[in-house]
Design a protein around this ligand. Structure first.
Ligand code: A3P
Length: 281
């Protein structure tokens, strides 16, 4: 349990992401056709990855996260001959510069921060690659201070929001995927320039449903080559509830008030913040 996290430029990272690798991110050589799948942890990354993997004729390979491993990582990624889909939880600021220069396609998934906090709390409890945490109250305090893995949710989202009008970046909300999956899927395929017929759409909806993914995870052995989150290769830790609004079962009225105060302050200039608020985040 000791030292499962380390600080890099003021932000906590898993020791599974070596300091050397984090230091050398800018030497990563992005390809123009790379696709990046970006999120703050627990925002629906595995779901999005499963969707992209199931798009027919996409001819892609899902790699492990760019920040997972040590400096040999970039050699490993070079070995991938197909179009790469590369997941990451990095903030925009830390994203390797060649990704920005080549304007690679990026899908950024956002989830309302209260549900994200509850989900990350459970991840802290269940995932041996994360520190132990005593209570929900203690965890929530860390979350609000940004003293959790990958830092503050607010800061992460804000670095990405600055680029939400970049034409190579697509913002997708977890809640929208839950509410109208087909609509979100169409946004994703349009963005990637892939067309699908109705049968294919329905097939993906079924294959990427929460229950289907959870059941399949239970049947699989954990495969280090199928690692989507840099915090675990064990997919059984990922599929917990998969619903919107579970935060209500954890936040006391006082905790909600404190959270909303921090949210209002941190997101005061943020359009995304306003959008989330209107949607009862
Ligand atoms: P909960 O802990 O609230 O259940 P990530 O993939 O970024 O680690 O996010 C994990 C969260 O997404 C978990 O949230 C998990 O249950 C949820 N999730 C995973 N697959 C899902 C799916 N197919 N549909 C809906 N939610 C899903």
């Amino acid at each position: 349990q000791l030292n499962v996290l380390h600080k890099f430029k003021g932000i906590l990272f898993s020791t599974l992401s070596s300091k050397d690798l984090l230091n050398s991110l800018d030497s990563f050589d992005a390809r123009e056709d790379d696709i990046f799948l970006v999120s703050y942890p627990k925002s629906g990354t595995h779901w999005m990855a499963e969707i992209i993997e199931n798009i027919p004729n996409a001819r892609i390979t899902l790699t492990s996260p760019i920040e997972l491993g040590d400096v040999s990582k970039f050699e490993e990624l070079k070995g991938c001959s197909k179009r790469r889909v590369i997941p990451t939880h990095l903030s925009y600021d830390m994203l390797p510069v060649t990704i920005k220069q080549r304007q690679c396609k990026i899908i950024y998934i956002v989830r309302n921060p209260k549900d994200t906090a509850v989900s990350l709390f459970h991840y802290y409890r269940d995932n041996p690659n994360l520190p132990s945490v005593e209570t929900w109250a203690a965890f929530l305090e860390l979350f609000l201070k940004g003293e959790v893995v990958y830092g503050s949710w607010f800061d992460h989202v804000l670095t990405w929001e600055e680029h939400k009008n970049d034409k190579n970046i697509l913002f997708i909300f977890y809640e929208d995927m839950k509410k109208d999956f087909t609509k979100s899927l169409k946004k994703i395929t349009a963005f990637l320039g892939i067309s699908m017929n109705e049968t294919e759409v329905n097939k993906i909806a079924w294959r990427t449903s929460f229950n289907e993914m959870k059941n399949n995870a239970a049947k699989e052995n954990c495969d280090p080559n199928h690692t989507i989150c840099a915090l675990t290769s064990n997919r059984n830790l990922v599929f917990r509830k998969g619903v919107v609004g579970d935060w209500i079962n954890y936040f006391t009225p006082k905790q909600k008030r404190v959270f909303d105060e921090v949210f209002t302050e941190k997101m005061k200039h943020s359009e995304l913040g306003r959008y989330l608020k209107e949607h009862n985040a």
